[in-house]
Design a protein around this ligand. Structure first.
Ligand code: SF4
Length: 461
């Protein structure tokens, strides 16, 4: 779930629209925009892509200088319109619009407490929990938000809009990224910097873990709700797979770090071959790196049909299976008679990898050597990357050799933990150089086991 928010621009809705377009890769199930016109809220949400849900007339109706927008794929909560964001609520001081990226690990506990004390929920989205916490507090808004956030455990980035304020905050470990930019006098927040490029905004800085940024008519107020001393743990899958290659997290460009992953894979697991190819789109940068390191030519052995969705974010296994056949083709003239190194970002269930290897074989590849830019994905994610139950993660129960056989590859290698950490090249002196590696190491930066709490499930691979 990803957001764009604009504060203080006469055409806030259009900026949100174009920003959400740039973030479409992060969620294709539903989207929405809410604007505030001198305290009067206008909003629209729908199922589907940004270009399908919004047209010119709809955007014109969303008047106002402040806006928040969202594209969603379901991690917690079902894929249905009621859970599309932003969610808009009435509270004692007027309207409140909320959108989030990520997942609250202790949401079931807080929800139950709230229900037992009289709250009635309209959605199954954990975003509604934060709205209830804020609405029930007798304190002024910013204090209520600070108090509410201090109860949350998980990986999240929140945006809250009221009639006269916009509040942005990240979880205490910085698991989910959020960046701040400027366009003239307006402030823009986004999950990724690629949205800034699209709308012509200038990157200012990343929102820091535990920060609470408040925008109002007097400008930006920088505050915190959590200590600066928490372990920084940015989701490693943002670097490996999720973010667009033209985005930066901190000073690190995603294309560049993925190329380093490819180079590192070549150092750790060279194999003699005729061509290197990457599974589009997220593994192309790494394939280029592998080719540069080995001298084996990079070729477009696999082509993506751009008019189908990402399999990772489609919500059912049946849709995923159809999606793979629709979206990828092997280029026979390129791979026929060749020994192919195929670079991919992860193996989750193994079903997608098997199909892609078989696509290459059916197109005449003599050998298919699979190289993965992440360590084995053996544990679930609790922080908003949708993963199956542990038992459905192929690496949780099979050795690398058993996975190799299951995906029909001639050889298989996963990037080492340290190779990944070094390739990203994050913060010196911090654990894992500031990365979360929980789904690889089973060592999470927060408490993850709560009564009634469990990992999100389940639409990847
Ligand atoms: S557990 Fe894995 S997918 Fe989840 S936040 Fe950590 S690195 Fe990312």
């Amino acid at each position: 779930m990803r957001r764009v928010r604009v504060f203080g621009h006469p055409d806030a809705a259009s900026l949100s629209y174009y920003g959400l377009h740039a973030l479409q890769h992060r969620g294709e199930e539903s989207c929405g925009i809410c604007t505030s016109n001198e305290g009067e809220f206008h909003y629209h949400r729908g199922m589907g892509l940004v270009k399908e849900v919004f047209d010119r007339d709809r955007l014109v109706s969303l008047t106002g200088t402040n806006a928040i927008g969202h594209v969603r794929y379901s991690t917690a909560g079902a894929s249905k319109l009621a859970n599309a964001q932003p969610l808009v609520f009435k509270y004692r001081e007027g309207d409140l619009a909320v959108c989030t990226n990520g997942n609250l690990v202790n949401e079931p506990i807080i929800r139950r407490e709230l229900e037992e004390s009289g709250s009635i929920f309209q959605t199954t989205s954990d975003t509604e929990v934060i709205a209830h916490l804020i609405a029930r507090s007798p304190k002024p808004l910013v204090e209520a938000v600070r108090e509410a956030f201090s109860r949350l455990v998980g990986g999240f980035a929140f945006l809250i809009m009221t009639k006269d304020k916009l509040i942005a905050a990240c979880d205490p470990n910085g698991l989910r990224p959020m960046v701040m930019g400027r366009l003239g006098n307006a402030y823009i927040f986004s999950s990724e910097t690629c949205a800034f490029e699209t709308i012509g905004a200038e990157y200012v800085r990343d929102v820091q873990p535990g920060e609470l940024l408040v925008l109002d008519k007097d400008g930006l107020h920088e505050d915190r709700y959590a200590s600066e001393n928490n372990q920084r743990a940015v989701c490693a899958m943002e670097y490996i797979y999720f973010a667009r290659p033209d985005s930066d997290i901190g000073t690190i460009n995603l294309h560049t770090s993925r190329k380093r992953m490819g180079r590192q894979l070549a150092v750790e697991s060279f194999v003699d071959a005729d061509i290197v190819t990457g599974v589009p789109d997220s593994s192309i940068s790494a394939a280029i790196g592998y080719a540069e390191q080995t001298g084996i030519p990079y070729e477009l052995g696999l082509i993506k049909n751009k008019y189908t969705g990402r399999t990772f974010i489609q919500p059912s296994q049946e849709l995923r299976e159809k999606g793979v056949k629709m979206k990828l083709s092997a280029v026979r003239k390129v791979v026929e008679g060749k020994r192919v190194v195929m670079i991919d970002d992860s193996i989750v269930r193994g079903t997608t990898s098997l199909r892609i290897v078989n696509l290459l074989r059916e197109a005449g590849a003599l050998e298919v050597h699979v190289r993965i830019t992440s360590p084995p994905f053996a544990n679930p994610c609790y922080y908003g990357i949708d993963t199956p139950d542990r038992r459905d993660l192929i690496a949780s129960s099979k050795t690398v050799e058993e996975i190799r056989k299951a995906i029909n590859a001639d050889s298989l290698y996963f990037l080492s933990d340290q190779g990944l950490i070094d390739s990203v090249g994050g913060h010196d002196g911090e654990k894992n150089r500031g990365l979360c590696l929980g789904c690889f190491t089973n060592d999470y930066p927060t408490q993850v086991e709560f009564e009634h709490a469990k990992a999100t499930s389940c639409s990847c691979d």
